[in-house]
Write a protein that binds this ligand. Structure first.
Ligand SMILES: [Cu+2]
Length: 499
């Protein structure tokens, strides 16, 4: 264990020790000069790479050239090659059968993405890290780093130009399977500002746990899920079985990964779950640029510059996006288990389609007190809208604006005291998860509504009793009011809980 005497860890050391699973070439491992004797540093991997905002790169400059070249080279490889484009996408999700003769050691990594899961952030960070190494190798550019798309910056809400022009197969970054209406993504129409905001996630101070709401859950919902839907429409990005085939997937996830780092950098008690051995030590399997199987866990990816040799171009100065009114106050939570505050009078699910839907939840406690947060208490527990047992047959890219206690006849405004946020159900369908044999764990969807209820109570907009939750469809791909039955979303359980 002498490798760990230094305070920086050599991550490959951990992988290589896992009972013969990892066959990592020692000369490929990353070593840090502070560490004693260890693997020989690879000159191509020894220096910190910088992941840049793609809008800061010249569309015809060398970085985009490398990106195109790397993607094209990966696409030319056969699916049974773990460094191929399709194999890498299949790790996220697929319904394809592995080709005959493909070893189970390879196919067992397909459809292993973690969504609605405590491992959402760490799993995707590791996924991107090895994908980036493969892409760098394939690009032939030793300095290559994955760019990211920061759709939160005004003026950058359109799909980056290199991904949509030229709009044909000569461009390895172009795919036609993107939303064509509301907005037309390949046509360069901007995505709605409300679906890009990470401010709710940044405000949260608790990372989250399998049962307790926090950063990971909020970031997964928005911007992650809603951006998947708004880019994909009825194409690839809104479907976990195809999403990673679209090059924009990797730029979107680089941004989500960056937001995790931005959140950490804000301080104020924000901390990864370093005391949770399960989060820290649960390993996930991927492949490196040599095709060797490698494993990493949360403890290997806590600090990207130190452990993974990359950073974002805006670190250490994080930028925080547009602040929306409503939603949570980022109360820190420590206790597991939750108390039900409101539930439907009769236990029945709802189905969301192309028209707004109201559901009344009967308060299970008297008065408004139980719904407010005691700001003086450091363990103040958030009030959450919890949506469980979600199912749909076909993915589609629309999302729902959620309003609480919106008075009849009032205009649904996203800057009002009634707007709780957006919900989008990427990778939440039970049918789809079964269909692709998805291996990751799964939790209900949650939205922090503590701040919203506090404001309504203070402003006299709600005085206890029934709470009406309204779901308003947005981002539909047709102008009609109808939606195919297989795209409608059934929610088996809906309730309000205090964590
Ligand atoms: Cu994703």
């Amino acid at each position: 264990m002498e490798k760990f005497e230094c305070n920086r860890r050599i991550f490959m050391g951990g992988a290589a020790m896992l009972g013969g699973i990892a066959a990592v070439r020692p000369d490929r491992a990353i070593a840090h000069d502070q560490c004693g004797p260890g693997p020989i540093p690879d000159p191509a991997l020894g220096s910190t790479k910088v992941r840049r905002n793609i809008f800061s790169l010249d569309p015809s400059g060398p970085e985009i050239q490398s990106l195109r070249q790397g993607v094209a080279a990966m696409k030319a490889r056969p699916v049974d090659d773990p460094t191929s484009w399709l194999f890498q996408a299949n790790i996220h999700g697929t319904v394809d059968n592995p080709p005959q003769g493909m070893p189970a050691e390879l196919s067992s990594t397909w459809s292993t993405c973690e969504h609605s899961s405590y491992f959402f952030l760490s799993w995707h960070r590791i996924y991107l890290f090895f994908f980036e190494r493969i892409l760098r190798d394939a690009s032939g550019d030793a300095d290559f780093a994955l760019p990211y798309w920061n759709y939160e910056i005004p003026g950058q809400r359109v799909l980056p130009l290199p991904l949509r022009e030229p709009a044909d197969t000569s461009n390895p970054l172009f795919v036609s399977q993107r939303r064509t209406f509301g907005p037309n993504i390949n046509g360069g129409e901007p995505v709605p500002v409300q679906v890009t905001s990470s401010s709710e996630a940044m405000r949260t101070t608790f990372f989250g746990s399998p049962t307790v709401f926090g950063l990971t859950w909020q970031l997964e919902m928005q911007p992650h899920n809603v951006m998947h839907g708004v880019i994909g429409g009825s194409g690839w990005m809104s479907d976990p079985r195809f999403a990673a085939r679209d090059p924009v997937f990797w730029l979107h996830h680089a941004n989500i990964d960056r937001l995790w780092s931005v959140w950490n950098a804000q301080g104020g008690g924000r901390e990864d779950p370093v005391n949770d051995a399960i989060w820290m030590d649960t390993t996930f399997a991927f492949f490196d640029e040599t095709g060797a199987k490698v494993e990493m866990s949360g403890s290997d990816v806590l600090n990207t510059a130190d452990q993974l040799d990359y950073r974002y171009d805006d670190e250490p100065e994080p930028e925080i996006g547009l602040v929306l009114v409503g939603g949570g106050d980022g109360a820190e939570t420590s206790a597991a288990g939750s108390t039900e505050l409101a539930a439907p009078a009769t236990e029945s699910g709802i189905t969301l389609g192309a028209s707004p839907i109201d559901i009344g939840l009967a308060a299970q406690v008297d008065g408004t007190e139980a719904f407010t947060t005691n700001a003086a208490s450091p363990a103040a527990q958030p009030v959450l809208l919890e949506l469980g047992m979600i199912d749909y047959a076909e993915p589609s890219g629309h999302w729902y604006e959620i309003y609480i206690n919106l008075p009849e006849g009032a205009e649904p405004e996203t800057l009002s005291a009634y707007y709780a946020g957006n919900a989008s159900f990427f990778a939440q369908s039970r049918t789809l998860r079964e269909n692709m044999n998805m291996k990751g764990e799964h939790q209900p969807v949650r939205l922090d509504i503590t701040g919203l209820l506090n404001r309504q109570i203070q402003e006299g907009l709600w005085d206890g009793g029934e709470i009406v939750v309204q779901f308003r469809p947005n981002g539909l791909e047709t102008a009609t009011e109808s939606m195919p039955v297989d795209q409608q979303i059934s929610i088996g359980s809906i309730r309000i809980v205090r964590q």
